[in-house]
Design a protein around this ligand. Structure first.
Ligand code: ZN
Length: 284
Protein backbone atom coordinates (compact mmCIF):
# COMPACT_ATOMS: atom_id res chain seq x y z
CA UNK A 1 0.00 0.00 0.00
CA UNK A 2 0.95 3.61 -0.45
CA UNK A 3 2.56 5.24 2.56
CA UNK A 4 2.85 8.97 2.97
CA UNK A 5 4.56 8.76 6.35
CA UNK A 6 7.59 10.61 5.00
CA UNK A 7 5.50 13.78 4.85
CA UNK A 8 4.70 15.46 8.14
CA UNK A 9 1.24 16.79 7.36
CA UNK A 10 -1.98 16.90 9.39
CA UNK A 11 -3.74 13.56 9.06
CA UNK A 12 -6.71 14.59 6.96
CA UNK A 13 -4.67 16.62 4.48
CA UNK A 14 -2.14 13.79 4.28
CA UNK A 15 -4.90 11.31 3.46
CA UNK A 16 -6.27 13.56 0.71
CA UNK A 17 -2.83 14.05 -0.80
CA UNK A 18 -2.15 10.34 -0.60
CA UNK A 19 -5.36 9.53 -2.43
CA UNK A 20 -4.70 12.08 -5.14
CA UNK A 21 -1.14 10.86 -5.64
CA UNK A 22 -1.92 7.16 -5.65
CA UNK A 23 -1.72 6.40 -9.37
CA UNK A 24 1.50 8.32 -9.88
CA UNK A 25 3.08 6.95 -6.73
CA UNK A 26 2.12 3.43 -7.75
CA UNK A 27 3.72 3.96 -11.14
CA UNK A 28 6.84 5.43 -9.58
CA UNK A 29 7.23 2.34 -7.41
CA UNK A 30 6.60 0.00 -10.30
CA UNK A 31 3.77 -2.00 -8.75
CA UNK A 32 0.82 -0.65 -10.71
CA UNK A 33 -0.38 -1.01 -14.27
CA UNK A 34 0.69 1.54 -16.84
CA UNK A 35 4.33 1.91 -15.92
CA UNK A 36 6.05 3.89 -18.68
CA UNK A 37 8.77 3.46 -19.61
CA UNK A 38 9.33 -0.05 -18.30
CA UNK A 39 12.34 0.11 -15.97
CA UNK A 40 15.47 -1.73 -17.10
CA UNK A 41 18.76 -0.76 -15.44
CA UNK A 42 20.89 -2.17 -18.27
CA UNK A 43 22.83 -0.54 -21.13
CA UNK A 44 20.16 0.79 -23.50
CA UNK A 45 17.55 0.78 -20.73
CA UNK A 46 15.99 3.30 -18.35
CA UNK A 47 16.64 3.39 -14.58
CA UNK A 48 13.97 4.77 -12.23
CA UNK A 49 15.53 6.43 -9.19
CA UNK A 50 13.43 7.62 -6.25
CA UNK A 51 14.27 11.19 -5.27
CA UNK A 52 11.78 11.35 -2.40
CA UNK A 53 9.34 14.16 -1.56
CA UNK A 54 9.96 17.86 -2.25
CA UNK A 55 7.70 20.87 -2.72
CA UNK A 56 9.39 21.76 -6.03
CA UNK A 57 10.53 19.43 -8.81
CA UNK A 58 14.19 18.63 -8.03
CA UNK A 59 16.87 18.92 -10.67
CA UNK A 60 19.09 15.90 -11.26
CA UNK A 61 22.13 15.29 -13.45
CA UNK A 62 24.20 12.43 -14.86
CA UNK A 63 27.61 14.10 -15.00
CA UNK A 64 26.48 17.49 -16.37
CA UNK A 65 23.57 16.19 -18.44
CA UNK A 66 20.15 17.19 -17.03
CA UNK A 67 17.74 14.31 -16.32
CA UNK A 68 14.01 13.85 -16.73
CA UNK A 69 12.33 14.13 -13.32
CA UNK A 70 8.65 13.16 -13.02
CA UNK A 71 6.18 12.85 -10.17
CA UNK A 72 4.73 15.23 -7.62
CA UNK A 73 5.50 16.75 -4.21
CA UNK A 74 4.98 13.38 -2.51
CA UNK A 75 7.33 11.38 -4.68
CA UNK A 76 9.72 12.47 -7.43
CA UNK A 77 11.45 10.01 -9.73
CA UNK A 78 14.45 10.52 -12.01
CA UNK A 79 14.27 8.55 -15.25
CA UNK A 80 17.81 7.93 -16.44
CA UNK A 81 18.63 6.77 -19.95
CA UNK A 82 21.59 4.39 -19.81
CA UNK A 83 23.88 4.48 -22.88
CA UNK A 84 24.49 1.27 -24.81
CA UNK A 85 28.19 1.93 -24.15
CA UNK A 86 27.71 1.93 -20.33
CA UNK A 87 29.88 -0.44 -18.33
CA UNK A 88 27.98 -2.69 -15.91
CA UNK A 89 28.55 -1.72 -12.27
CA UNK A 90 27.72 1.22 -10.02
CA UNK A 91 26.57 4.47 -11.62
CA UNK A 92 25.62 7.73 -9.94
CA UNK A 93 23.44 10.77 -10.44
CA UNK A 94 23.74 14.15 -8.73
CA UNK A 95 20.81 15.92 -7.07
CA UNK A 96 21.65 19.49 -6.05
CA UNK A 97 19.50 20.92 -3.27
CA UNK A 98 19.30 23.69 -0.68
CA UNK A 99 21.24 21.57 1.82
CA UNK A 100 23.99 20.70 -0.67
CA UNK A 101 24.33 18.06 -3.34
CA UNK A 102 23.18 14.47 -2.89
CA UNK A 103 24.53 11.53 -4.86
CA UNK A 104 22.31 8.58 -5.67
CA UNK A 105 24.03 5.36 -6.69
CA UNK A 106 22.43 2.57 -8.68
CA UNK A 107 23.52 -0.68 -10.29
CA UNK A 108 23.71 -1.15 -14.04
CA UNK A 109 23.39 -4.85 -14.84
CA UNK A 110 25.03 -6.37 -17.89
CA UNK A 111 23.05 -7.16 -21.02
CA UNK A 112 24.41 -9.23 -23.88
CA UNK A 113 22.98 -7.98 -27.16
CA UNK A 114 23.07 -10.19 -30.24
CA UNK A 115 26.08 -9.96 -32.57
CA UNK A 116 25.74 -9.86 -36.32
CA UNK A 117 28.74 -10.51 -38.58
CA UNK A 118 28.48 -9.40 -42.20
CA UNK A 119 30.92 -9.75 -45.06
CA UNK A 120 30.53 -6.88 -47.47
CA UNK A 121 32.64 -5.47 -50.34
CA UNK A 122 35.28 -3.19 -48.72
CA UNK A 123 34.21 -0.23 -50.88
CA UNK A 124 30.78 -0.13 -49.21
CA UNK A 125 32.35 0.14 -45.73
CA UNK A 126 35.05 2.73 -46.39
CA UNK A 127 33.70 6.24 -46.98
CA UNK A 128 35.26 8.61 -49.49
CA UNK A 129 37.03 11.64 -47.92
CA UNK A 130 34.13 13.86 -49.04
CA UNK A 131 31.50 11.53 -47.55
CA UNK A 132 33.53 11.20 -44.36
CA UNK A 133 33.76 15.00 -44.00
CA UNK A 134 30.00 15.30 -44.55
CA UNK A 135 29.32 12.59 -41.97
CA UNK A 136 31.56 14.35 -39.39
CA UNK A 137 29.68 17.64 -39.90
CA UNK A 138 26.34 15.90 -39.57
CA UNK A 139 27.44 14.07 -36.45
CA UNK A 140 28.44 17.35 -34.79
CA UNK A 141 25.04 18.82 -35.71
CA UNK A 142 23.27 15.75 -34.31
CA UNK A 143 25.15 16.12 -31.00
CA UNK A 144 23.69 19.62 -30.69
CA UNK A 145 20.17 18.43 -31.49
CA UNK A 146 20.27 15.52 -29.04
CA UNK A 147 21.29 17.92 -26.22
CA UNK A 148 17.87 19.65 -26.41
CA UNK A 149 16.29 19.91 -22.95
CA UNK A 150 12.89 21.59 -22.52
CA UNK A 151 10.11 21.48 -19.92
CA UNK A 152 9.26 17.89 -18.87
CA UNK A 153 6.21 16.20 -20.44
CA UNK A 154 3.01 16.59 -18.43
CA UNK A 155 1.25 13.32 -19.26
CA UNK A 156 2.30 9.72 -18.98
CA UNK A 157 5.35 8.57 -20.91
CA UNK A 158 3.66 5.87 -22.94
CA UNK A 159 4.34 6.00 -26.67
CA UNK A 160 2.39 4.82 -29.64
CA UNK A 161 4.10 2.91 -32.47
CA UNK A 162 4.85 5.64 -35.05
CA UNK A 163 4.01 3.56 -38.10
CA UNK A 164 2.14 0.26 -38.57
CA UNK A 165 4.33 -2.69 -39.47
CA UNK A 166 6.48 -5.47 -38.12
CA UNK A 167 8.83 -4.37 -35.33
CA UNK A 168 12.30 -5.83 -35.38
CA UNK A 169 13.93 -6.56 -32.05
CA UNK A 170 17.29 -5.36 -33.34
CA UNK A 171 17.83 -2.56 -30.79
CA UNK A 172 21.38 -2.90 -29.43
CA UNK A 173 22.44 -5.35 -32.16
CA UNK A 174 26.26 -5.39 -32.30
CA UNK A 175 27.23 -5.31 -35.95
CA UNK A 176 30.59 -6.26 -37.43
CA UNK A 177 31.42 -5.48 -41.06
CA UNK A 178 34.32 -7.63 -42.27
CA UNK A 179 35.26 -8.25 -38.65
CA UNK A 180 35.28 -4.55 -37.70
CA UNK A 181 32.84 -3.42 -34.99
CA UNK A 182 30.39 -0.66 -35.96
CA UNK A 183 28.25 1.37 -33.61
CA UNK A 184 25.51 -0.81 -32.11
CA UNK A 185 22.04 -0.44 -33.61
CA UNK A 186 20.59 2.49 -31.67
CA UNK A 187 16.89 2.22 -32.51
CA UNK A 188 13.95 0.11 -33.58
CA UNK A 189 13.38 -0.75 -37.25
CA UNK A 190 9.78 -1.06 -38.39
CA UNK A 191 9.21 -2.63 -41.81
CA UNK A 192 6.60 -0.79 -43.89
CA UNK A 193 6.16 0.14 -47.55
CA UNK A 194 7.35 3.49 -48.86
CA UNK A 195 4.63 6.09 -48.32
CA UNK A 196 3.21 4.62 -45.11
CA UNK A 197 2.40 7.56 -42.78
CA UNK A 198 4.75 8.18 -39.83
CA UNK A 199 3.13 9.87 -36.81
CA UNK A 200 4.25 11.39 -33.53
CA UNK A 201 4.45 8.64 -30.85
CA UNK A 202 3.81 11.22 -28.10
CA UNK A 203 3.03 14.95 -28.08
CA UNK A 204 6.10 16.73 -29.46
CA UNK A 205 7.73 19.80 -30.94
CA UNK A 206 9.70 19.38 -34.20
CA UNK A 207 13.29 20.46 -33.46
CA UNK A 208 15.21 19.35 -36.58
CA UNK A 209 14.59 18.18 -40.12
CA UNK A 210 17.18 17.35 -42.76
CA UNK A 211 18.55 14.91 -45.32
CA UNK A 212 21.58 13.18 -43.84
CA UNK A 213 24.20 10.81 -45.26
CA UNK A 214 23.40 7.71 -43.20
CA UNK A 215 19.96 8.57 -41.82
CA UNK A 216 18.41 10.02 -44.99
CA UNK A 217 15.42 12.32 -44.58
CA UNK A 218 15.06 12.70 -40.83
CA UNK A 219 12.75 14.38 -38.31
CA UNK A 220 13.70 14.96 -34.66
CA UNK A 221 10.92 15.37 -32.10
CA UNK A 222 11.24 16.90 -28.63
CA UNK A 223 8.83 15.28 -26.14
CA UNK A 224 10.22 17.36 -23.24
CA UNK A 225 12.68 16.82 -20.41
CA UNK A 226 15.41 15.45 -22.67
CA UNK A 227 13.14 12.75 -24.13
CA UNK A 228 13.45 12.84 -27.94
CA UNK A 229 12.50 10.74 -30.97
CA UNK A 230 14.42 10.55 -34.26
CA UNK A 231 12.65 9.20 -37.37
CA UNK A 232 14.96 8.26 -40.27
CA UNK A 233 14.96 7.17 -43.93
CA UNK A 234 11.69 9.04 -44.65
CA UNK A 235 10.48 9.38 -48.24
CA UNK A 236 8.93 12.75 -47.38
CA UNK A 237 8.83 15.22 -44.51
CA UNK A 238 5.54 17.04 -43.83
CA UNK A 239 6.60 19.24 -40.88
CA UNK A 240 8.93 22.13 -40.08
CA UNK A 241 10.98 23.17 -37.08
CA UNK A 242 8.76 24.58 -34.36
CA UNK A 243 5.61 22.65 -35.35
CA UNK A 244 3.70 21.26 -32.38
CA UNK A 245 2.37 17.75 -32.95
CA UNK A 246 -0.31 15.89 -31.00
CA UNK A 247 0.11 12.15 -30.51
CA UNK A 248 -0.80 10.41 -33.76
CA UNK A 249 -0.25 13.51 -35.90
CA UNK A 250 1.54 12.87 -39.20
CA UNK A 251 5.12 14.08 -39.67
CA UNK A 252 6.13 12.29 -42.88
CA UNK A 253 6.17 8.93 -44.63
CA UNK A 254 8.28 5.75 -44.60
CA UNK A 255 11.01 5.59 -47.24
CA UNK A 256 14.46 4.26 -48.07
CA UNK A 257 16.56 7.44 -48.06
CA UNK A 258 20.11 7.41 -46.68
CA UNK A 259 22.21 4.26 -46.33
CA UNK A 260 19.59 1.51 -46.32
CA UNK A 261 18.82 -1.63 -48.29
CA UNK A 262 15.03 -1.26 -48.30
CA UNK A 263 12.14 0.87 -47.03
CA UNK A 264 11.63 0.91 -43.26
CA UNK A 265 11.33 3.37 -40.41
CA UNK A 266 14.32 3.65 -38.10
CA UNK A 267 13.09 5.09 -34.79
CA UNK A 268 15.52 6.19 -32.11
CA UNK A 269 14.35 7.23 -28.64
CA UNK A 270 16.90 9.33 -26.76
CA UNK A 271 16.75 10.14 -23.04
CA UNK A 272 19.41 12.42 -21.52
CA UNK A 273 21.33 12.00 -24.81
CA UNK A 274 21.41 8.18 -24.51
CA UNK A 275 19.69 6.01 -27.11
CA UNK A 276 17.35 3.69 -25.22
CA UNK A 277 15.13 0.82 -26.38
CA UNK A 278 11.90 2.29 -27.84
CA UNK A 279 10.09 -0.94 -26.89
CA UNK A 280 10.28 0.16 -23.22
CA UNK A 281 7.83 2.96 -24.08
CA UNK A 282 5.36 0.81 -26.05
CA UNK A 283 2.51 -1.31 -24.80
CA UNK A 284 3.59 -4.98 -25.19
ZN1 ZN B 1 17.74 1.01 -37.91
Amino acid sequence: MFSSSRLQLPGRRRALLAAAAWPLAARARGDGPGLWPRPAAVPGGVARLDLGPAAERPRAFADDVPLLVVGDAISWTALVGIPLSATPGTARIRVPGAGGEREIAYDVAGKQYTEQHLKVPPRTVDLSPADLARHERERAHQQQVIATFSAPPAGELRMRQPTPGRRSSSFGLRRFFNGQPRNPHSGMDIAAPTGTPVVAPMPATVIDTGDYFFNGRTVWLDHGGGLLSMMCHLSRIDVQNGNRLAVGERLGAVGATGRVTGPHLHWTVALNRASVDPALFLEA
